[in-house]
Write a protein that binds this ligand. Structure first.
Ligand code: GN1
Ligand code: MG
Length: 363
C-alpha cells in the first residue's frame, strides 16, 4: 500500500506548489493503483489523481505514456476539442508525462470536480451518452498516424492468441487448478473457431484497423454527477491500432450485463436488450457514419467475441495463479470468468436481435 511518504516524493517531481496532505485509494480498475491526492498550499487545497503503473502488466511504461502523449499532442495540434475530453496528464519537472520513483512509473492528473464513474447503469440516458462518448473518441482519433503508436501489449485483442494462451495455461496447470475448470474449458473448446472470426476478417483485409481505446468499460468514462454528461474518457493505457468491434463489444460486455462483471449468482447474468439498444444508438450516432458494412455486420458478434475473450483471460489468470488481474477474494478470477461465459452464451442466443438493433441505427 502506498504511503504518504511515497506520494510526497512523487509530487516533489512535479511543478505543483504545496505539500501532499492526504490521500484516498480509488479501488476501481483491475490493473493500476489509483489514488486521489490532496495538496495544500497558501491558496487552499487542490486535488489530483496519481496512478502507479502496474509493472507486471506494462513491461514498457515509457511506450504507454508515449502513446498517450502522441494522441494528446495530435488533438491539440489539430485543435480537436470535444465536450468529453480525454485524460490529460501533467508534465513533471523534467518535461515527461510520468515520473519514476523507486523503479515504479507514476503519472498525475488533475482531479475533475463533481465527476463520477459508474460500474452499473444508473440511467438509460447516461448509458446512451457513454455510447456517444466512446463513439466520438474513435471518430476524434480517426486520423492519428497509426505508425506512431506502439503496440504496448502485443496481441492485446487477438482473440485467437488469447484462447491459445488459455489452452496453454490449462496444459501447464501452474496453480494446480485445471481439474476445477473442465466445464468452463468446454465452452472455449466449443467456441474456439467462432472467437477467431474477427482476427480472420482482419487478416483477410475485410475489417479495417482503427485507432481504438481497447478498454471501453463503462467506468472508464467520468460523468458529471449532476448532469450525467460524459466529462472525460480515462484509462488510455491501451490506445493502439485495433478493431471497432472490440471497443463497441467491450462496452456492451460491461455495461449491458444485467449484473456486475463478477456476479456469482449466474441466474442474474444476461444481456439487457434495452441497454444494448441505448449504447448502440449513442455509439453509432457518433461513429456510425465512418463504419464500413463489414463493421456493421460484425458489431454484435464482436460483443460475443470480446466477452468470451475477457472470460478466457480471467480463466487463464486463475489457472496461472492470479498474477495479472487484482483479485479481492480467492476464486475471484474464476467467478469473473464464469460470469463472462454466462453472458457470452446469452449473447449467442440473442445475436439476431442484436444485429437487428445495430442495423436499425445504421448511418
Ligand atoms: C482491465 O484496468 P481495467 O480494470 O480498466 C484490463 C482490460 C480488461 C478489464 C476487465 C490493461 O481493465 O483489458 O478488459 O480489466 N486491462 C488491461 O475488467 O489488461
Ligand atoms: Mg485499464
Amino acid at each position: 500500500m502506498e504511503t504518504l511518504k511515497t506520494l510526497k516524493e512523487v509530487f516533489k517531481l512535479y511543478p505543483i506548489e504545496g505539500e501532499v496532505c492526504s490521500y484516498e485509494i480509488i479501488p476501481t480498475g483491475h490493473i493500476n493503483d489509483t489514488i486521489k491526492v490532496d495538496v495544500k498550499n497558501a491558496k487552499g487545497i487542490s486535488s489530483y489523481v496519481a496512478q502507479k503503473i502496474n509493472a507486471y502488466v506494462f513491461k514498457e511504461p515509457v511506450k504507454v505514456m508515449a502513446n498517450i502523449k502522441t494522441v494528446s499532442d495530435y488533438l491539440k495540434e489539430k485543435g480537436i476539442k470535444e465536450e468529453c475530453d480525454i485524460r490529460q496528464y501533467i508534465n513533471a519537472k523534467d518535461g515527461n508525462n510520468y515520473i519514476v520513483d523507486d523503479g515504479y512509473y507514476w503519472r498525475v492528473c488533475e482531479y475533475i470536480p463533481n465527476s463520477v464513474s459508474y460500474d452499473t447503469v444508473e440511467s438509460i440516458d447516461i448509458l446512451k451518452n457513454a455510447g456517444y462518448a466512446f463513439g466520438r473518441f474513435q471518430a476524434m482519433l480517426a486520423d492519428v498516424p497509426m505508425d506512431k503508436l506502439y503496440d504496448t501489449i502485443p496481441n492485446f485483442h487477438n482473440t485467437r492468441v488469447r484462447l491459445d494462451n488459455l489452452f496453454e495455461s490449462y496444459e501447464k496447470n501452474e496453480a494446480g487448478r485445471a481439474a476445477l475448470v473442465e466445464k468452463e474449458m468446454e465452452f472455449f473448446r466449443e467456441n474456439r473457431k467462432l472467437c477467431s472470426r474477427l482476427v480472420e476478417l482482419l487478416e483477410e483485409g475485410v475489417l479495417p484497423l482503427r485507432v481504438t481505446h481497447n478498454d471501453t468499460k463503462y467506468n472508464n468514462i467520468l460523468m458529471d454527477k449532476t448532469t450525467g454528461k460524459p466529462l472525460c474518457v480515462i484509462d488510455l493505457d491501451t490506445i493502439m491500432p485495433g478493431l471497432t468491434m472490440y471497443d463497441f463489444g467491450d462496452a456492451i460486455r460491461f455495461a449491458a450485463n444485467t449484473a456486475v462483471e463478477d456476479e456469482v449468482d449466474l441466474s442474474k447474468v444476461s444481456l439487457n436488450m434495452d441497454y444494448f439498444k441505448a449504447f448502440t444508438e449513442g455509439f453509432l450516432d457518433a461513429a456510425g457514419a465512418s463504419l464500413t458494412d463489414a463493421e456493421y455486420e460484425n458489431l454484435a458478434l464482436g460483443a460475443f467475441i470480446i466477452t468470451s475473450e475477457i472470460g478466457s483471460r480471467f480463466l487463464a489468470d486463475y489457472l496461472d495463479g492470479d498474477k495479472y488481474f487484482k483479485i479481492h477474494r480467492p476464486d475471484h478470477n474464476l467467478e469473473r470468468a464464469r460470469c463472462q461465459i454466462k453472458l457470452a452464451q446469452d449473447m449467442l442466443g440473442k445475436l439476431d436481435q442484436m444485429n437487428q438493433i445495430v442495423m436499425s441505427f445504421k448511418k
